[in-house]
Design a protein around this ligand. Structure first.
Ligand SMILES: Nc1ncnc2c1ncn2[C@@H]1O[C@H](COP(=O)(O)OP(=O)(O)OP(=O)(O)O)[C@@H](O)[C@H]1O
Ligand SMILES: [Mg+2]
Length: 241
């Protein structure tokens, strides 16, 4: 653990101190980099849109790092394999929470922060909001505790922009029906679980409107892409001036 991380753990505390579920504005200097995250329930179109955005930004001459959670480093990808594998049986919700947080801690320090300090654009397919939505709203774990753990794992880093793609549960089920590969552990949950997750995301977006761009993920792929591109380019221009 770096000295910086140790100091921040001491500063954060993890629970019971009225911690808001809303992340504080980034306590970490992002350098000249820009941190963009994609969020939303399973099959809302995150990966489709994140890949398109990466292509657009790369063509526009930006240095882009495309990464994902859980995962994004060798250690974190091993954690992903455990936590998402549908064959993993009997995992408690606390174990699931700590694995997500562990994956994020490694990913943030090893990949995201160095890239931001080098002035790159980091596009991340899921980040800290996913843990609030899934383990908090979905599984019912304490939101203040999750906020504290997220602050430790992220070292206080908050995305500059979070794109939340919203689709109905029925649309998610339809899209899952078209998938060729088998479902992961989260996708296997019932529709009430996914409804709570969706509500959680909308609550987070309402609490932090400056950070969130909420889009109707049921629109055609190209139309969503245009809206994301416009917002991201504006954000990047604003940061350059
Ligand atoms: N706007 C859209 N309209 C219709 N289908 C879409 C749209 N966006 C994505 N899809 C399709 O929905 C499925 C899920 O898309 P994608 O993998 O991008 O979602 P995701 O949010 O990354 O899912 P997961 O949470 O499982 O990683 C894919 O088959 C994709 O082609
Ligand atoms: Mg995906």
């Amino acid at each position: 653990m770096t000295e910086d991380c140790a100091v921040r753990i001491a500063e954060c505390g993890v629970a019971g101190d009225g911690v808001s579920i809303r992340n504080p504005k980034s306590e970490i200097r992002n350098g000249k980099g820009t941190f963009i995250t994609f969020e939303g329930i399973d099959k809302c179109g995150k990966t489709t849109q994140a890949k398109r955005l990466v292509q657009t930004l790369t063509h526009a001459g930006h240095e882009v790092v495309f990464t994902r959670e859980p995962g994004g480093t060798a250690i974190s990808e091993q954690i992903r394999a455990i936590v998402l594998d549908w064959k993993t049986d009997g995992m408690t919700r606390c174990t699931e929470l700590f694995l997500m947080i562990a994956s994020r801690a490694q990913h943030t320090e090893e990949v995201i922060l160095p890239a931001l300090h080098d002035g790159k654009v980091v596009v991340c397919d899921r980040y800290a909001d996913s843990t609030v939505a899934y383990q908090g709203y979905g599984r019912g774990l304490d939101l203040a505790t999750i906020a504290g753990l997220n602050r430790i794992a992220t070292l206080g880093l908050t995305p500059d922009l979070t794109i939340l793609l919203d689709i109905s549960i029925e649309e998610a089920v339809r899209r899952r029906g078209c998938a060729v590969i088998s479902e992961d552990r989260m996708e296997q949950e019932d529709s009430d679980f996914h409804k709570r997750v969706r509500t959680g995301y909308m609550t987070l977006a309402r609490l932090d409107p400056d950070r969130f761009l909420v889009l109707d993920g049921g629109q055609p792929v190209d139309r969503i892409e245009e809206q994301i591109e416009q917002c991201v380019l504006e954000k990047l221009e604003a940061r350059e001036t």
